[in-house]
Design a protein around this ligand. Structure first.
Ligand SMILES: [Zn+2]
Length: 206
């Protein structure tokens, strides 16, 4: 941690700026962006909406016992200050073609073809790009569906990719679909980060 009034002033100014961002943006996050989760031994057919990835420096941490991602806030980042190491990640907007059922107002509702963001390391993203280039395909163009799978045995192994042919029945894309603006996606998180850092006790850093 840095010392002195200049550091305090910089932090206070940053906190004020983030608070303003938070106040201005808190109403604009519907629907909120959710990450694509593929657990060990699972797979998902997805359509990539983006042509290219968005690269961000992110922290992974536990918030109220749930793993979550927060953007690194640079010089005054409260997560860096707590010793959480940030990572460079590639983000993509995808349509998750899996279906799942959730209770809504007491009635089971089946969801499918939901918009999510897929996050991976630059090495993994490069592997995806190489696989597509070998097959003379590009992200974001019509008809490309990628199967993403995770190893059954090795938690740390990166996701694997396989190119599929689009099946018009099971790989539907919602109308007027657009890639996420990740500045928007993370603006609220950036603002919230300061609140969490100050209140502290609800956040477990790993
Ligand atoms: Zn940071």
């Amino acid at each position: 941690m840095s010392k002195g009034w200049a550091a305090v002033a910089a932090y206070a100014e940053e906190a004020q700026k983030r608070q303003k961002e938070y106040d201005e943006n808190k109403g604009n996050f519907k629907p909120r962006a959710f990450p694509l989760i593929v657990k060990m031994g699972e797979e998902a057919d997805v359509t990539f909406v983006d042509v290219e990835p968005d690269m961000r420096t992110l922290h992974t941490l536990q918030l109220n016992e749930k793993w979550t991602t927060r953007p690194c806030l640079g010089d005054n980042c409260p997560y860096c200050a707590k010793g959480n190491k940030s990572k460079t990640r590639c983000l993509f907007t995808v349509v998750d073609h899996r279906s799942y059922t959730r209770e809504k107002d007491g009635v089971p509702v089946t969801y499918r073809d939901q918009l999510r963001y897929f996050e991976c390391s630059p090495t993994t993203a490069d592997n995806l790009n190489r696989m597509l280039t070998r097959k003379k395909k590009k992200l974001g163009t019509d008809g490309i569906v990628v199967n993403i799978s995770k190893s059954k045995v090795d938690k740390k192994s990166p996701p694997m990719f396989d190119l599929l042919d689009r099946d018009p029945e099971s790989h539907r894309i919602p109308e007027n679909v657009e890639p996420f603006d990740f500045d928007e996606v993370f603006a609220l998180d950036s603002a919230t980060a300061f609140k969490e850092a100050v209140s502290g006790n609800q956040v477990k850093y790993s």
